[in-house]
Design a protein around this ligand. Structure first.
Ligand code: ADP
Ligand code: SF4
Length: 699
C-alpha cells in the first residue's frame, strides 16, 4: 500500500499535448548500446517503463552525419532508415503506458565525425573539443539554415517513430544550440553572435521549428544547462536566468541541469542527493511550464520535498533509474525498503565512456535485459531442492545468496568476520565512499526477508567445514587482499625493500585502521579511485602526502567515471602533491629510490612510509584446497564448486555483484552455448551487399 505522503508523486501532469501518468521522468542517459544494439537498447528502456517511469527518454540522438559521435554509440536519426530502431523502443515503452522522449542533438565541435569524415561545424572556427587533431569550421548562414532543417526533419522522424516528447538539447556543452550561447565558442559578429539576444536566436528558432514540425502531437522539451562553473567563458547562472526569462513559455517542458557532464552526474564522493537545487530552483519561478531536474534522487521524501517546495514538477533520474528501474513502482506499492539505491559510483558512465554496453554496480541486470534475458525483479525458480553454501559475504557472496534465495534455494551464507559486506563495508568507511555501503544494505535487507537464507557471522570455514556442511552446491566468494611487494602493472617483479617492510602499508592496513604517520608516499600503480582515496584519508589524518604514479596522469581510469576532475581539485585543495611518470625502484624505510619513467633519471625522496596501491591477490586458498580434495566431494554430497568475485579475479565491486548474480542465475540451468548471450547480427547489411552488383576497378 502506498504511503499517502507520496501521493503527490503519482499525480498526472500535462506536458504540452501529452500527459505523463506520474512525476517520474527517466531523463536521457547514454548506455553504450544506442544505434548499434537497438534490440538491447529497446529492452533496457522497456524495463524502465515497466518499472513505472512516466517518461522514458533515449540518450543523445544524432540528427546528421556532420554531428557523428563515433566512437561513442548513441542514438541516430540521420535518415528514415534509422526510424525502425527507435520505433521499437517507442512500442516497448508505450506497452507499459509510459511516454517516450527523444533527445535530438547535433554536437558541432563536440562531435567527432570520425565515421562520417564530414568537417566539424561550430558557431566560430575552433579546435574540436576532445582533442582530435582537427578544427571545426565557422557555420555560414546557409549552414545554420541547413542545421535547422536537419533538426526539423529529425523531429518529424522522431514523431513517426512514435515519440511523445521531442527534446531540443542545450546542455552538457554538447550541442550547437548550447554552443551558440557560449561566448567562448560563439565569436560571431552577425545576428547569431554578440548580444545575448543574438546568441539565443538559434535556440529560439530551433524550439519554434520543432514546435511547428511536431508540436501538434508531441511535447517540445528543452534540456538546458544553467551553469557551467567556468566563469564568464561559460554559461553562468546570471545569464541563464536571463535566457530562461527570454524563452520561458516556448518549450512545453524545461529539463534543467549543470554542464558539463562531470558537473551533472557528480560521483557520490563529491556531491550528495539534490546537489543541483541551488542552480536550478529559479526556473520554476520564471516559467509556468513544467520543470524536471536531476539530483540522484533515491529518497521519496526528498522527491516529495522537491515538488512541495516548488523546485521541480517532475523527478528526473538517470542513475537512480539504472540502479533500480522499478523505483517508481516500489514507491507506489509502499515497498520503500526494496528500493535499490544508486551508490553514485558512476560505473554506469564507464560503459558509455569505454564504448561498451551499460553496466551498473547495484543492478547487475542493467544492459542484460535482452542479451541474457535478465530482469531486475524476476528470476527463474530453482530447478531442484538443492542446498547451496555461499562462503564469504562481500558483494559477490551477498548477491549470490540473495538471488539464490529469490530462486527458492535453501541457502547458507557463512562469513568469517563479525560484519557483513566484505570490501564494501570496509571501503565505505573511507572518505567520501559512505554511500557505497548501499550495495551491502540493500542485499542484507532483502536477505533478511527471505526465510530460506541462513546467515552465519564469525564463521571462517575450512575445507573440512565445507565438506562436512552437506550442501550440494558450494560457491566461494572469499575475496582478495592487496599486495605488499609492489608487484603490479609497472613491475613484473617485487620492488626491492617492500616485502616485510613495516613502513610499507597496503589499502587493507588502512581499512583495518593501521595508519602510517609523517611524510607518506602513496604509490598508485592501480590508476583508479583507491590511490586518491588513500591519499585523502592520510592527508585528513595530518600526514604530508605525495601521490606518486608511473602513469602520466593521476587516476587515469577515473576519467571514465567522471571522477577525474573532482579528484584533481580535491587533491589540490588538500595540498596533496602529485608526482606523475615516476616509478619506485627501492625503499629502505626512510629513503625512496625514484626513477623517471621516460628519462630513467634517478633521485632519492625521504619518506616515513609508502602505501602500495598496486595489485591484489585472490584469497582462494580454500578453493585450491577443495580442488585438491575433489575425490572427497561425492561422499560429502558436493555436486559443484565454484569460486567467484574477487576470489576468482579481483576487480570492481560491480564485477563482484555481477559474478554473484550470474552464479545464481546459472545454477542448474542448461548452458547457453559458447557465447553466453545474444548478439546483434547485421546480416541484413550483408544480404544487401551480396545482392549489390560488385563494382570492379578497371584492371
Ligand atoms: P567480493 O568482492 O568478491 O565479494 P570481498 O573481499 O568483499 O569479496 O568479500 C569476501 C568475504 O569473504 C570477506 O568478508 C571475508 O571475510 C570472507 N571470507 C574469506 N574467507 C572466508 C572463509 N574461509 N570463510 C568464511 N568467510 C570468508
Ligand atoms: Fe548508480 Fe553506480 Fe549504478 Fe551508476 S553504476 S546507476 S552510479 S550504482
Amino acid at each position: 500500500m502506498r504511503d499517502p505522503r507520496y501521493d503527490i508523486l503519482f499525480t498526472p501532469l500535462k506536458i504540452g499535448p501529452v500527459t505523463a501518468k506520474n512525476r517520474f521522468f527517466q531523463v536521457p542517459h547514454c548506455n553504450g548500446m544506442g544505434h548499434a544494439m537497438p534490440l538491447a537498447h529497446a529492452a533496457m528502456r522497456e524495463t524502465k517503463a515497466e518499472g513505472g517511469w512516466a517518461v522514458v527518454s533515449t540518450e543523445e540522438c544524432e540528427i546528421h552525419p556532420s554531428g557523428d559521435l563515433t566512437p561513442y554509440v548513441e542514438a541516430r536519426l540521420w535518415d528514415d532508415r534509422d526510424i525502425p530502431a527507435l520505433a521499437l523502443m517507442c512500442d516497448k515503452v508505450h506497452a507499459h503506458g509510459a511516454l517516450a522522449a527523444l533527445e535530438l542533438t547535433h554536437n558541432g565541435p563536440t562531435a567527432s565525425n570520425l565515421y562520417s569524415r564530414e568537417v566539424l561545424l561550430a558557431p566560430s572556427h575552433q579546435p574540436s573539443k576532445y582533442g582530435y587533431p582537427s578544427q571545426a569550421r565557422a557555420m555560414t548562414l546557409h549552414d545554420i539554415r541547413e542545421y535547422r532543417r536537419w533538426h526539423r526533419e529529425a523531429a518529424i522522424r522522431g514523431k513517426r517513430a512514435g515519440m511523445d516528447i521531442i527534446y531540443v538539447y542545450a546542455a552538457h556543452d554538447l550541442s550547437l544550440a548550447m554552443h551558440f550561447l557560449q561566448r567562448r565558442r560563439n565569436q560571431r559578429s552577425d545576428e547569431y553572435g554578440g548580444s545575448l539576444e543574438n546568441r539565443v536566436r538559434l535556440l529560439r528558432e530551433v524550439l519554434e521549428d520543432t514546435r511547428d514540425a511536431v508540436g501538434d502531437t508531441c511535447a517540445v522539451a528543452l534540456r538546458f544547462a544553467t551553469e557551467e562553473l567556468l566563469g564568464p567563458g561559460g554559461v553562468e547562472l546570471a545569464e541563464a536566468r536571463e535566457i530562461v526569462g527570454m524563452l520561458a513559455e516556448l518549450p512545453d517542458l524545461w529539463d534543467v541541469n549543470l554542464a558539463a557532464w562531470y558537473n551533472d552526474s557528480v560521483p557520490s564522493r563529491f556531491a550528495g542527493e539534490g546537489a543541483q537545487e541551488p542552480f536550478i530552483d529559479f526556473v520554476k519561478k520564471t516559467t509556468t511550464k513544467p520543470v524536471v531536474g536531476v539530483g540522484r534522487f533515491t529518497s521519496p521524501d526528498t522527491m516529495v520535498s522537491q515538488l512541495k517546495r516548488g523546485v521541480l514538477d517532475m523527478i528526473g533520474c538517470a542513475r537512480p533509474s539504472i540502479a533500480d528501474p522499478f523505483l517508481p513502482r516500489k514507491i507506489e506499492e509502499g515497498r520503500i525498503d526494496d528500493i535499490r539505491e544508486c551508490i553514485g559510483c558512476n560505473i554506469c558512465v564507464s560503459g558509455d565512456m569505454t564504448i561498451s554496453p551499460i553496466r551498473c554496480t547495484q543492478n547487475p541486470t542493467m544492459g542484460e535485459e535482452w542479451r541474457k534475458g535478465w530482469h531486475p525483479e524476476r528470476i527463474a525458480p530453482k530447478r531442484s531442492p538443492s542446498r547451496v553454501l555461499v562462503v564469504g559475504a562481500g558483494p559477490a557472496g551477498l548477491e549470490a545468496a540473495r538471488a539464490l534465495g529469490q530462486r527458492g534455494y535453501e541457502v547458507s551464507l557463512a562469513e568469517a568476520r563479525k560484519e557483513l559486506g566484505g570490501r564494501v563495508t570496509r571501503e565505505a568507511r573511507l572518505p567520501g565512499l559512505a554511500e557505497w555501503a548501499r550495495v551491502r544494505d540493500w542485499r542484507v535487507g532483502q536477505i533478511h526477508k527471505l526465510a530460506n537464507i541462513a546467515v552465519y557471522l564469525d564463521s571462517a570455514l575450512s575445507a573440512q567445514d565445507v565438506l562436512d556442511f552437506g550442501a550440494e552446491h558450494v560457491v566461494l566468494a572469499t575475496g582478495c587482499h592487496w599486495r605488499r611487494d609492489g608487484y603490479g602493472r609497472s613491475h613484473g617483479f617485487a620492488i626491492p625493500g617492500f616485502a616485510n617492510n613495516p613502513r610499507v602499508f597496503t589499502p587493507d592496513d588502512l581499512m583495518d585502521g593501521r595508519l602510517p604517520e609523517g611524510r607518506v608516499v602513496v604509490f598508485d600503480d592501480d590508476g583508479f579511485y583507491y590511490g586518491s582515496v588513500a591519499a585523502e584519508l592520510l592527508r585528513l589524518r595530518g600526514c604530508e602526502v605525495i601521490h606518486l604514479t608511473p602513469d602520466d596522469g593521476i587516476a587515469p581510469w577515473s576519467l571514465h567515471t567522471l571522477d577525474y576532475r573532482h579528484i584533481r581539485k580535491r587533491m589540490a585543495e588538500l595540498g596533496i602533491e602529485a608526482m606523475v611518470s615516476q616509478d619506485i625502484i627501492g625503499y629502505d624505510g626512510t629513503t625512496l629510490a625514484v626513477e623517471d619513467v621516460w628519462t630513467h633519471r634517478r633521485r632519492e625522496l625521504g619518506c616515513d612510509a609508502v602505501v602500495a596501491v598496486t595489485a591484489r591477490v585472490p584469497d582462494d586458498a580454500l578453493y585450491q584446497e577443495l580442488l585438491r580434495r575433489e575425490a572427497e566431494w561425492s561422499a560429502a554430497g558436493v555436486r559443484s564448486l565454484r569460486c567467484i568475485g574477487d576470489a576468482e579475479a579481483p576487480g570492481l565491486i560491480a564485477h563482484a555483484v555481477y559474478a554473484g548474480h550470474r552464479y545464481a542465475r546459472e545454477l542448474e540451468e542448461p548452458a547457453s552455448g559458447e557465447v553466453a548471450f545474444k548478439r546483434h547480427f547485421h546480416t541484413a547489411h550483408a544480404d544487401d551487399l551480396r545482392r549489390e552488383p560488385q563494382a570492379r576497378e578497371p584492371s
